[in-house]
Design a protein around this ligand. Structure first.
Ligand SMILES: [Zn+2]
Length: 204
C-alpha cells in the first residue's frame, strides 16, 4: 500500500503542467505576437527573471524544443516561423519542470551548479540535487537580412515611379537607381529606413 505522502506525490505529478504556480512563484504567460514569418516573445526577459534563469539558457532550450532558430533582441526573443502562445507556454513550463523545480520538494528555490561538465540542480530548500541535461548553445546571432555598407546580389523585379529599380530581400524593399527590370545586380546598401533600403550598384 502506498503511503499518503506517496499518493500525494503521485497526484502532484499527474496535475497538468499549467498548474505550476505558487504563492511566491508564478511564471508569466508568454506574450506572443507574429511579425510576418517571425514569432516575437515580447516578455521573454520577464519570464527568465521570474524563474531566475539566464536568458541564454532558457532561449537555447526553447530553440531546441521548438525546433527552430532565432535571436535575442533586448528583452524579447524572436523565433523563426509562426508559433502559438500555447506552444511556447508549454515549452516554458517544461523548462521550469526540468531546470527550476526541485524534484523532491517541488519548490522553485533552486540554482544550477556546474561540476566539471555536469550541470546539477541544487535545491536551496531541501538540499536535493539532480543532474541536468546540458543543452548545447544553439543560439546563433543571426546576420541581419540587410546591412548598410554591405554588398548583396539581387534581382531587379520592378521599376519604381521615379525610375529606380526595385528589388526585394525578405521583407525589405530596395531601391536601386540606374538599373533595368529583370537583371541581377550587385548592390551596396547605403541607407535603411524601416523596411525600405536605398542602394547603389556595387562598383566591383
Ligand atoms: Zn527541494
Amino acid at each position: 500500500m502506498p503511503t499518503y505522502e506517496e499518493l500525494l506525490e503521485r497526484v502532484k505529478k499527474e496535475l497538468p503542467e499549467t498548474s505550476i504556480s505558487r504563492e511566491r512563484f508564478q511564471v508569466p504567460e508568454a506574450e506572443v505576437l507574429l511579425e510576418g514569418q517571425t514569432t516575437v516573445l515580447r516578455n521573454f526577459a520577464d519570464i527568465a527573471d521570474a524563474i531566475n534563469r539566464k536568458l541564454q539558457d532558457v532561449f537555447a532550450f526553447l530553440l531546441k524544443e521548438l525546433g527552430t532558430s532565432g535571436s535575442l533582441e533586448d528583452r524579447r526573443a524572436l523565433f523563426k516561423g509562426r508559433l502559438s502562445a500555447d506552444k511556447i507556454n508549454k515549452r516554458i513550463l517544461s523548462y521550469v519542470d526540468e531546470y527550476v523545480l526541485c524534484a523532491e520538494c517541488n519548490r522553485p528555490d533552486t540554482h544550477i551548479v556546474k561540476e566539471g561538465r555536469i550541470a546539477i540542480l541544487q535545491c536551496d530548500a531541501c538540499g536535493a540535487r539532480r543532474s541536468l541535461r546540458v543543452i548545447k548553445k544553439a543560439v546563433k546571432t543571426e546576420e541581419p537580412i540587410l546591412q548598410t555598407g554591405k554588398v548583396y546580389e539581387v534581382m531587379i523585379q520592378d521599376i519604381g515611379k521615379k525610375g529606380d529599380g526595385v528589388a526585394r530581400r525578405e521583407n525589405y524593399v530596395i531601391y536601386v537607381p540606374g538599373t533595368t527590370k529583370g537583371v541581377v545586380v550587385k548592390i551596396e546598401v547605403e541607407k535603411i529606413v524601416g523596411n525600405v533600403a536605398f542602394a547603389k550598384l556595387a562598383s566591383e
